[in-house]
Design a protein around this ligand. Structure first.
Ligand SMILES: Nc1ncnc2c1ncn2[C@@H]1O[C@H](COP(=O)(O)OP(=O)(O)OP(=O)(O)O)[C@@H](O)[C@H]1O
Length: 257
């Protein structure tokens, strides 16, 4: 670790160093380093297949990993998922993990961890009054934005110290993306968020700092606004900001919020 690396680690809530993942003999992560700030939103960016989902799964212990994952002073890299969760990390996976045939209230109740103190329904309902109003509605009949409220609401229920949200706007219409951005902004006022996201307008609005992955490694870390203002860097790292004739469409989308 360099001097600036170790001081970034000292200031951060989550500090990942030299994270490596091998699955079925395939090297998927080859040394991922990043820090999550103790407040607000930190974005994890990168083109399709760069290794973002694998990185957050590795933090959660959902795939075998090596390296260092320090969270609020504890080392998580050797812990199984249930103990990572017990440390106070709430995870909203890419597919949301909502039970469509259960009501909003039932989905929330299933997320209660037990043994960690009372679930914080007051916080969830204060941030998302709609979930209280719709508590009897089947989750499968909610809009995409409302389903994200359930997914994020579940992570807030257990007094977590960090929320990880993996592509919460994937596949959503622009109007719903704006709703989800509001959901995340509200959540981040209560708990810091690590956000995996391809929508740069949303990233620009929410995330103060970011890490960019490329081919299973960290390609860039720093201030989000600075990165997005640098057209060359944004094009090189994220595939946005201009397109060569015949080049593939960029994976990362800009939607006005
Ligand atoms: N279980 C697995 N077995 C084999 N290859 C895998 C496995 N999981 C992920 N990969 C590969 O590892 C690479 C990184 O995948 P990952 O899902 O982490 O990328 P990502 O940055 O989240 O991509 P996207 O933005 O498209 O969701 C991809 O090439 C993917 O095909």
């Amino acid at each position: 670790m360099t001097g600036s690396d170790s001081s970034a680690a000292d200031r951060s809530l989550l500090s990942v160093r030299d994270l490596r993942v091998v699955i079925d003999g395939l090297h998927i992560l080859h040394g991922v380093d990043f820090d999550v700030a103790p407040t607000g939103v930190t974005a994890l960016l990168g083109r399709n297949g760069a290794g973002k989902t694998t990185t957050v799964k590795a933090v959660m212990g959902l795939v075998p990993r090596t390296g260092s994952i320090r969270f609020a002073g504890s080392e998580l890299a050797s812990l199984p998922t249930h103990l990572v969760v017990r440390q106070g990390i709430g995870y909203a996976p890419e597919d949301r993990g909502i039970f469509a045939g259960l009501t909003v209230a039932e989905n929330l109740r299933l997320a209660e961890r037990g043994g960690d103190g009372e679930p914080d329904y007051r916080l969830v309902h204060e941030l998302f009054p709609e979930l209280e109003r719709r508590s009897g509605q089947l989750a499968g009949t909610l809009s995409g934005g409302q389903q994200q409220m359930v997914a994020i609401g579940r992570t807030l229920l257990n007094r977590n110290r960090l929320i990880i949200a993996d592509e919460p706007t994937k596949g959503l219409a622009p109007k719903i993306v704006a709703e989800v951005a509001d959901v995340l902004a509200r959540a981040a006022q209560a708990v810091p968020v690590l956000l995996v996201e391809q929508n740069l307008a949303l990233v620009r609005r929410l995330a103060g700092t970011c890490a960019v992955l490329a081919d299973g490694r960290t390609a860039h870390r720093g201030d989000t606004a600075e990165l997005l203002a640098d057209e060359d860097a944004a094009r090189r790292l994220l595939g946005v900001g201009g397109r060569r004739p015949g080049a593939a469409a960029p994976a990362i989308t800009e939607v006005n919020l």
